[in-house]
Design a protein around this ligand. Sequence first.
Ligand code: SAH
Length: 428
Amino acid sequence: MCYAIPGKLVEIRDNIGIIDYFGEKKRARIDYSDVSIGDYVYAQGGLLINKIKEKEALEILDAWKELFFELKKIDAKLPRVQKSGISESVLEALNKVNSNRELSKEELLSLLKIVNKDELRLTFETANNIRQKKHGNACCVHGIIEFSNYCQSNCFYCGIRSGRDIKRYRIDVDEIISIAKDAVIELNFKAIVLQSGEDIWYEEEKLIYLVKELRKLNILIFLSIGDRSPDTYKKLYEAGARGALLRFETSNKDIFNKIKPDTTLENRLELIKNLKSLGFVLATGFLVGLPEETCEDIINNILLTKSLKPDMYSLGPFIPVKDTPLEKSAFIDKNTLLKTIAICRLADNDANILVTSALETQNSAAKKEGLLAGANSLMVNITPKEYRSLYRIYDERAGSEKGIKENINDTLGLLYSLGRAPTDLGVK
Ligand code: SAH
């Protein structure tokens, strides 16, 4: 089974390759491999990651062909809701999106405040249609390895904060390489996210070695390692990493200062901008439902994410964690989350939007609903079980009791039931 389909490179314009997937064209940045028109290639996260032999590609494509068109049909057949019972203002806002006009902040805010069931459904459906119009049925599936739960930061929301008494682990660099190798060779992953607490035990040289070894697997390497100097990130880019996932968590300075004692919003944003300018495929976003957060904060979070021009939106519900300063906070409701996803899509039509496991943890149906409210990307946790249960950024994470293969089968089953195909998403 594949998490990306190879395509044929049909055109090169400067450093952008046009890749054909069964007649559907997507763009990908070329900076890893030497490629020529006519080559069969894999792309991930909008980046061409490697080329493969024609014979191998044709075999994979042959196996995929029927399913590819079948999935497209399923995706195209998704139910349409009636427009009766919808207020004029909601209809007007959604029509505006449908005719490619930008929504004002007030309009976004009013969509976030919708409670009427029919209006909610129409909002999700509109976001889903725009996802389909912009990206077809493509869906990115990345594997994530959580390699250390040591953290020197003491963020109030986080279950692996330094001040929380939990069992800690670090996966040795060679073991991380072997986990990644299995994921690529046995399970066919094409993109791997490496995530950890802020753990400087993995000093620059260790990370450079890790990235160089992983790059030999011809995959897209995504880093989610928190605060490191731009210089370290630059070296990791040179070693072969091309993705960086770093959320700003909240655009509200006062909330930020209360929950993230070890840094400032300004510093975090500066690092995020630096990552973008270094050339990283950038995933960024925020937590939804932090204490004292208002609807306006959520819209500001969406607009700030958009202004950072991310390649991927990453957002999820804040889940209160036992024995942390925010343990008594309220859970955010599912509809607010789904509306946030939908509004990201309505505010930034081309966006790639990740459904995170926090969403699923909070509500088991939410992953599917997120994919039907505008999201088009997800991650499968490939951390070995014994470590996964210790990576407690929040407790009782969805899927943490399952084996990796079971998680993958569930994910693919869900994608296929929705008619989504794991082609690359393409760059804007
Ligand atoms: N140390 C890295 C990776 C942190 S974990 C960094 O700071 O970027 C990745 C994400 O988990 C964080 O960015 C945060 O948004 C999320 N997270 C942490 N605690 C959480 C909680 N209690 N509920 C939901 N998401 C949480």
